[in-house]
Each structure stands twice: as structure tokens, then as C-alpha cells.
Design a protein around this ligand. Structure first.
Ligand SMILES: [Zn+2]
Length: 105
């Protein structure tokens, strides 16, 4: 473990992240077709273009959007999806398209 160089207030500013309340970018939304985990993507970390299933338009790199996948298996109420199997169900949506999807029947 590297030793920290002693200095005046060397840790200044490093605690700012500790101050923030636990901020989760994922939440579970209940919809007519089941529970969905929705993760907000800022877009800054993405370098790929996705296709939104809501409007069939591209989501360009750098565009804030959401990723969703089923929180639970559709046909059973046994176990939640494990991470790997739910990855197959991941879909990238425009945030607005995902919202309007919920309102649409
Ligand atoms: Zn869309």
C-alpha cells in the first residue's frame, strides 16, 4: 500500500463523495408486464449506439437514456433473475420512450 505524502489538507475535497446520500441509479418499476429494473445511463460512459425498441430510432453515444431488464422471471414468482440471465433481456430505451411505454396500454 503506497504511503501518502504528508501535506497540509491533502485530503481536502476527497470527502465530498461521502457526503452524498446513497444515490442509486437503479430502481424497480412495476408495469403491466412485470417488474422491471431501470437503470439511468448518463451517456457519458457509453461509446455504442443502441436501438430503442420504443421508437426504433438510434440512441447515439453520449445520449442519456435508460437500460431496463426484468426484475423477476415472467412466468414464475420463484427467484429473481440472476445477473447473467437478465443481461440477455437488457434493453436500451430513450428515457422518454420508456416513460411513454408505461402509459401506453
Ligand atoms: Zn426511443
Amino acid at each position: 500500500m503506497p504511503r501518502r505524502r504528508p501535506g497540509p489538507r491533502s485530503g481536502s475535497g476527497s470527502r465530498s463523495s461521502d457526503r452524498e446520500p446513497a444515490r442509486r441509479s437503479e430502481q424497480v418499476e412495476q408495469a403491466a408486464d412485470g417488474d422491471w429494473v431501470v437503470r439511468a445511463i448518463t451517456g457519458a460512459a457509453t461509446g455504442k449506439t443502441y436501438r430503442c425498441p420504443g421508437c426504433d430510432q438510434e440512441i447515439r453515444p453520449g445520449t442519456p437514456h435508460v437500460v431496463t431488464w426484468p426484475a423477476y422471471p415472467r412466468d414464475s414468482d420463484l427467484d429473481p433473475w440472476d445477473t447473467e440471465s437478465s443481461a440477455d433481456w437488457r434493453r436500451h430505451w430513450h428515457t422518454a420512450c420508456w416513460r411513454s411505454r408505461s402509459n401506453r396500454r
